[in-house]
Write a new protein. Structure first.
Ligand code: SF4
Length: 234
């Protein structure tokens, strides 16, 4: 199936968003994830695809979010150089990228590469939940048992994953509150059926929809993806 790789988000935190392709997530173990399958080991092929996708960017909101079914570190160098060039050409001042914990030590240098030209980079990480046991024994996220304030030294924004058996109103509320306290934005993803053994739990999703969706849907700092294509990509 052909993926849609460019969209404009014109509500909260207005931005353009592109789904680029990298050479593959270096973690690949998260039990709920099958989107890491969108990769190609050939960086030249990735660059050709990314160039086409990036040609859609207009700079309409001066903000661009770049995702690539993995981490910024999986993108080839030519793509990164092209993103910077597009920022110059289109007047883009803020970039959002994603990163897994294993690339945390690359973030500072990566941000500096852009900030020396007055482009701010925000890094989002899929933390999924701040419940360490749930995250590491069930999701296999590969993030150590450290305080959220330690995670916030590397990551500006987080993603949470809700709609899984074992999660409760209290656990989801707690995850949102921690996110809002320590990070500038949070993106809540509701689990949808995919090729992995982790299945969405309709009851948990119902609790989220009835109790939390209404409460947070208008919060400027919160994005909620009921379907993982709600940003118009994927
Ligand atoms: S780090 Fe991201 S892309 Fe990699 S397996 Fe986990 S959720 Fe999937």
């Amino acid at each position: 199936m052909e993926l849609n790789r460019y969209s404009i988000i014109s509500q909260k935190n207005k931005r353009e968003i592109v789904l680029l392709r990298g050479n593959g997530c270096k973690w690949k173990k998260c039990r709920f994830c099958d989107y890491h399958l969108d990769f190609n080991p050939d960086n030249n092929k990735n660059y050709e695809l990314n160039k086409t996708v990036l040609s859609n960017v207009t700079g309409i909101y001066k903000v661009l979010e770049v995702i690539n079914s993995g981490s910024f570190a999986d993108l080839d160098e030519k793509t990164i150089v092209l993103i910077k060039k597009i920022c110059f050409e289109k007047g883009i001042k803020t970039l959002h990228f994603e990163s897994h914990w294993i690339h945390k030590d690359l973030i500072k240098k990566f941000k500096e590469y852009f900030s020396k030209d007055n482009i701010t980079v925000k890094i989002k990480s899929g933390i999924e939940t701040f419940d360490y046991n749930f995250r590491e024994k069930y999701f296999l996220k590969g993030i150590p048992n450290i305080h959220p304030s330690e995670l916030a030294k590397y990551f500006d924004e987080v993603c949470l994953l809700f709609g899984i058996s074992g999660q409760t109103l209290g656990s989801m509320e707690n995850d949102i509150q921690i996110s809002l306290k320590y990070f500038s934005r949070v993106c809540i993803n509701i689990m949808t059926e995919n090729k992995t053994p982790i299945k969405p739990d309709k009851e948990v999703i119902k609790i989220f929809r009835e109790k939390l969706y209404k409460k947070y849907k208008d919060c400027e700092k919160v994005d909620i993806l009921i379907e993982n294509t709600d940003f118009g990509i994927g």
